[in-house]
Ligand binder design. Sequence first.
Ligand code: KIV
Ligand code: ZN
Length: 384
Amino acid sequence: MATDQVQIFDTTLRDGEQVPGCKLDTKNKLIIAERLDLLGVDIIEAGFPISSPGDFHSVEEIAKLVKNATVCGLTRSVKKDIEVAADALKHAKRPRIHTGIGTSDSHIKYKFNSTREKIIERAVAAVTYAKTFVEDVEFYAEDAGRTDNEFLARVCEAVVKAGATVLNIPDTTGYCLPEEYGAKIKYLKENVTGIDKATLSCHCHNDLGLATANSIAGIINGARQIECTINGIGERAGNTSLEEVVMIMRQHPTLKLDTNINSKLLYDTSRLVSESMGMMVQPNKAVVGANAFAHSSGIHQDGVIKNRETYEIMNPHDVGVTESAIVLTARSGRAALAYRAKNVGFELDKLQLDKVYQEFLKFADLQKEISDNDIPKIIEAAKL
Ligand code: KIV
Ligand code: ZN
């Protein structure tokens, strides 16, 4: 079976930028958009043009700048939103309008004070109107995660008929279990007439820490686009993390799914977004966290020094990390100490190592981590 391509739809500059205190100016957005294009994302959601003149300007400038990716603007199912998004995207080589409406009973009742039938009418009208400006129209069924599957299928069928090219199935509240989300995608694949004319897209939030697992369940069941952000940033607990889904596909060739992402740029892109937004990456973050390739317990260090694959399922070079780190702490063993001492120019024989190790433990009990600068002092204290 040939490998299928999964489109990466990056929403760092739209859903990601909704993080309180992380607002970016146009200049920083342009730097990030250029990097995302270089990284190989297929679609850049550049913003929500109607939301503010600043956002309109950013989307317009990104549309002018981006060379390869499709540039997308978000709208509600509101005519004015769609007109403004079309205007902001007019210079894009590949423009996409992303329009939609809430479809769960709770959204229909409390947000819109409406009915299921009227929601379908509004969805179809929005897609039809967006199609008068651009060919590529993505429809989102907000809160699809809590929307009854039968109704969701009816909405999807109606908007595909109206010309939607992509069907976004957001788990807006991050509520679904992976099995449930995967089954939803499967249900739509099997029950929406005309589904072959559109791409199903996963847009999973991380409120219960399941965004990545849900997105993977989605693509296993037939979705071919994932909406995600660098470092998984986004409102509340965030969005699906781009680097995680990309590396899951790379590291599991049996899935027979891959992306256009140049994974060697992941680490630098993660740092760029983190620094621009002033939002630190948690050290234990999968793939791009400072500790993702750092080993500190003696047993693990001994294994990694003998063969990296004993405790690493990814090559750090593949994500742009120069090398695995052997961190010296009071939990480290002789193998790690010998390895780090050799790196700074001290080749120790077995007897010497035993002596230096005793001194090392005294130092390590006093400080959290032993640096390269401490090693000569420890060796001196061992009086070899
Ligand atoms: O989470 C969500 O439902 C969204 C839509 C606006 C696409 O971000
Ligand atoms: Zn979202």
